[in-house]
Design a protein around this ligand. Structure first.
Ligand code: NAD
Length: 443
């Protein structure tokens, strides 16, 4: 049997879409047994072929095997297991109370598959961000087309080769490529488009979707701030910030982007951050197998252009041939400096001084709503105020990034950081239509 990759090689996007739609109309993908079968197949792919995937991730992003498993492969396996464990319960019809005037009637909701969905993924976690949405789309009983990022070419090629070996190729297609291929896909009619990446392309996706009234989920980025309170244990803060910020060389959508803190705390934090970098990556992070590389020269040049935005506390070293930029902390950073004008998306952590909590809240609210806001504080009042007086996709108290590993929490942004969410049962809702049913007996 030809693989989907081979089929799509000769198939136009319109033919691919027509073929998968025809499958959906047979309702073959609706029974729970098909859905769980596909999820088990996806799990088998990740567990049996994990090493091939890890090698591709190493080629694209210098990810260590450990990091590849932790943040991409095992992460997705956990998402599958969580879904397999709960799907039956999640799919139960949900009863709704009926007004007395409709005496004798009963009402409930069911979750209908949407049909054919498109998943467009970025390069920074090119496995997790492609396949975690697929888990939800398959669990919801949909046919799926995926478009991996061309900026992680080894991973894209590996997944395009492996996915059709494991999944039902009448219901699942992979289209590799860059802007022209994605543009051609976006001309097709999908029932949902799930896009992860930057906001400029998010607008292109949403505009294309509007032509067919196709709903979209936009998982975007932006600058995720950190507030460090004066009462926080600075050594603990520094260790957790360094681990979260410099994972994948800072190329994480929910990475701490910048730190707001008062001048005294900033001074203590600078020393502690330098120590924490050395503790995690050694005296020369270039030698650490646990430290990644920048995805390409364009991003490398962009990031090097940000290094002069403040006083270097630690790091600053870089090498274009290996696309290495040391974990870098900048102090005395002005709010209007280049590093503060765009999402950093790399291993540069600026410290910006504010007088205290009021100024920090005003600073955050003066800017786009972030994908995540982090705070390190012992004060319940500060936690409550940050929660009540700011808006962000998520609020992480005491630990950056970790909220996205909790399958029962919705993952997504608000405002400029995105719309919609997923993970666990939120993925099922994203990729389903909740249909209202009313049943009034005829007798
Ligand atoms: P990218 O360049 O890989 O682009 C993402 C996808 O969009 C790719 O598949 C690409 O082919 C496609 N694309 C690019 N240009 C296009 C165009 N003109 N028309 C149609 N499709 C196009 O990734 P990126 O955008 O550089 O990713 C980084 C951004 O994504 C950052 O802002 C980051 O914060 C955000 N991000 C968000 C999340 C999240 O879960 N919210 C996760 C990771 C990254």
């Amino acid at each position: 049997m030809p693989t989907t990759a081979e089929k799509t090689g000769t198939e136009t996007p319109a033919q691919l879409v027509a073929r998968l739609r025809a499958t959906f109309r047979t309702r073959r993908t609706t029974p729970p047994a098909w859905r769980t079968g596909q999820l088990r197949q996806l799990r088998a792919l990740l567990t049996e072929r994990g090493d091939e995937i890890a090698e591709a991730l190493n080629a694209d992003l210098g990810k260590s095997r450990k990091e590849a498993y932790r943040t991409e492969i095992d992460f997705t396996v956990r998402e599958i297991d969580h879904t397999l464990d709960h799907l039956e319960k999640w799919l139960l019809p949900e009863p709704a109370p009926v007004p007395a005037a409709l005496g004798g009637a009963t009402a409930w909701t069911v979750q209908d598959p949407l049909g054919l969905v498109l998943v467009i993924a970025p390069w920074n976690y090119p496995v997790q961000l492609l396949l975690a949405p697929v888990v939800g789309a398959l669990a919801a009983g949909n046919c799926v087309v995926v478009k991996p990022s061309e900026l992680a070419p080894a991973t894209s090629a590996t997944l395009a080769r492996l996915l059709p070996e494991y999944l039902d190729t009448d219901a699942f297609g992979v289209v590799e490529g860059a802007v022209p291929e994605t543009t051609a896909l976006l001309e097709q009619h999908f029932d949902h488009i799930f896009y992860t990446g930057n906001g400029a392309v998010g607008r292109i996706v949403m505009t294309a979707a509007a032509r067919n009234l196709t709903p979209v989920t936009l998982e975007l980025g932006g600058k995720s701030p950190v507030f460090v309170d004066r009462d926080a244990d600075i050594a603990v803060v520094a260790g957790r910030l360094v681990a979260g910020k410099f994972l994948n060389a800072g190329q994480t959508c929910v990475a701490p982007d910048y730190v707001l803190t008062d001048p005294e705390t900033s001074a203590a934090l600078q020393t502690a951050l330098a120590k924490a970098v050395e503790a995690l990556f050694g005296a020369d992070p270039a030698q650490s197998p646990e430290y990644g590389r920048i995805v390409n020269e364009r991003h490398f040049d962009r990031l090097v252009g940000l290094l002069d935005s403040g006083r270097t506390v630690t790091g600053g070293a870089h090498d274009r041939t290996t696309k290495y930029i040391a974990p870098t902390v900048l102090a005395d950073v002005a709010p209007d400096s280049p590093v503060m004008r765009e999402e950093i998306f790399g291993p540069v952590l600026p410290l910006v001084e504010v007088a205290g909590l009021d100024e920090a809240i005003a600073f955050i609210n003066d800017r786009d709503k972030p994908l995540a806001l982090y705070a390190f504080t012992e004060s319940a009042v500060t936690r409550d105020r940050l929660s009540a007086e700011t808006s962000s996709g998520a609020l992480g108290l005491g630990l950056p990034l970790a909220h996205l590993t909790v399958s029962d929490l919705p993952f997504g942004g608000v405002g400029e950081s995105g719309m919609g969410n997923y993970h666990g049962r939120y993925s099922l809702e994203t990729f389903s239509h909740r249909k209202a049913v009313l049943d009034k007996p005829l007798g």
